[in-house]
Design a protein around this ligand. Structure first.
Ligand SMILES: NC(=O)c1ccc[n+]([C@@H]2O[C@H](COP(=O)([O-])OP(=O)(O)OC[C@H]3O[C@@H](n4cnc5c(N)ncnc54)[C@H](O)[C@@H]3O)[C@@H](O)[C@H]2O)c1
Ligand SMILES: O=C(O)CC[C@@H](O)C(=O)O
Length: 390
């Protein structure tokens, strides 16, 4: 029996992934946590927790470094909400070009105007004359799951698209339309584009990339879209650039009290992933990742430990989270050899300073021997967690 603790509204379809062997939100010692944007940084996470799955892409609401040191595997759901975000970004590109947000607000003010409404509309509409996006230049910063979709669709809509991503994955590179030009620096995007959309995770490197220096080199009347994270922008600098008219619109999914008061800033209530489809996709993927890890030890889509998938065929399985240093596997297999235990299958993968080893051995080993091996693996210098499955 496993226990899962959830934060935020998790789509029922995701919760349905958990069988009768799972209890949801009961007891103090969950085996895993399933959440969306809830801020876990200030939360006490019980030592019973072995895995945390973020039903979404960004993991900045999770203390990943601390959890890594504690041997807790953190998962996210790459791509599961990308289409939802892309649709909102494309809508926002057009809406900002055509001044739709303020036009809708203004039109509402005509309510009560009776028969005058049609003539008031015709007289007032000139204040909302916009521009077309076709042939305008769009810069996409970050071409992961969302950025690729935005770049390709904007290109199909006739935009001249350039993209910047120094860490682009092979998969994303394959998906990117050949019409999308590659920018070698972020500055190129800032200097050349009429529209700029950011699709990068919030990291030390990306924090504040939209700042005074970048605004300074941008074109006059640039439109900026931020559906990634609020902290990518320096609010002081944004306020000045909006006031000076350098930025025409800043559309964001991450309002703060200050941004809500800025003329030219358009804020949505973090709606990027809020579609039925995306919520279900994310919840189902996250729940499956947790189940697979708890039941088989396999790791898929982890942000802090190496993806390690070895078919589980019901043998006794040792899974070990350990430092990525020499002779770890040798010491573990030595312990098994001391008991004349044959290894049926094994996998060892690393990611940065950490590594993960799965060892399958034949069934039928006495319980005391299994426990003894488990205890001795845990005593190896550099080993953080050991689990025995099966
Ligand atoms: N508004 C929402 O509801 C919503 C929904 C999903 C994701 N997001 C945000 O959008 C971000 C991107 O999502 P995704 O699914 O495309 O993630 P992703 O991991 O698939 O793509 C991120 C891309 O950013 C690139 N990147 C990283 N650092 C970079 C840098 N310094 N310069 C340029 N590129 C860099 C990576 O190489 C990667 O290709 C998430 O991290 C999250 O913060 C928001
Ligand atoms: O859960 C959500 O609604 C938002 C998720 C989004 O910010 C993400 O990073 O995937």
């Amino acid at each position: 029996m496993y226990t899962i603790k959830t934060y935020n509204e998790i789509a029922q379809k995701g919760l349905d992934v958990f069988t009768n062997d799972y209890k949801i939100n009961t007891g103090e010692n969950p085996d895993a946590i399933l959440l969306r944007s809830y801020n876990l940084h200030d939360e006490l996470i019980p030592s019973s927790v072995k895995a945390i799955a973020r039903a979404g892409a960004g993991v900045n609401n999770i203390p990943v470094d601390r959890l890594t040191e504690e041997g807790v595997v953190v998962f996210n759901t790459p791509g599961a909400n990308a289409n939802a975000v892309k649709e909102l970004v494309i809508m926002s590109l057009i809406a900002s070009s055509r001044n739709l947000f303020s036009a809708i607000q203004w039109t509402k003010t005509l309510a009560g105007g009776g028969e005058q409404v049609p003539s008031l509309v015709e007289a007032g509409k000139k204040q909302f004359v916009g521009t077309e996006i076709t042939e305008k230049k769009l810069g996409v910063i970050g071409t992961g799951s969302i950025g690729v979709l935005v770049a390709n669709d904007a290109s199909s809509l006739g935009m001249d698209v350039m993209a910047y991503d120094p860490y682009i994955s092979v998969n994303a590179a394959w998906q990117l339309s050949r019409n999308v030009k590659r920018a070698m620096t972020m500055e190129e995007i800032f200097r050349e584009c009429d529209y700029i959309t950011v699709h990068v995770p919030l990291t030390e490197e990306t924090k504040g990339i939209l700042n005074r220096d970048s605004f300074e080199i941008m074109k006059e009347n640039v439109h900026i879209l931020n559906f990634s994270r609020g902290e990518l922008v320096v609010e002081d600098d944004l306020e000045i650039a909006l006031k000076e008219g350098k930025i025409k619109t800043y559309i964001t999914d991450f309002p703060t009290d200050r941004i809500l008061q800025m003329e030219g800033a358009i804020a949505l209530p973090h709606l990027g992933a809020s579609t039925k489809e995306a919520e279900e996709n994310c919840a189902v993927m996250a729940a499956k990742e947790i189940r697979e890890y708890l039941e088989t030890g396999n790791i898929r889509n982890s942000v802090n430990f190496p993806n390690t998938v070895m078919p589980y065929i019901g043998k006794k399985r040792f899974t070990v989270i350990h430092k990525n240093i020499p002779n770890m596997v040798g010491q573990m297999t030595g312990l098994l050899a001391n008991h004349q235990i044959n290894i049926a299958n094994m996998s060892n993968r690393s990611k940065g300073a950490w590594a993960y080893t799965i060892i399958d051995v034949d069934n039928g080993i006495p319980v005391e021997v299994v426990r003894n091996i488990e205890e001795n693996i845990l005593k190896i210098d550099g080993v953080k967690r050991v689990r025995v499955i099966g």
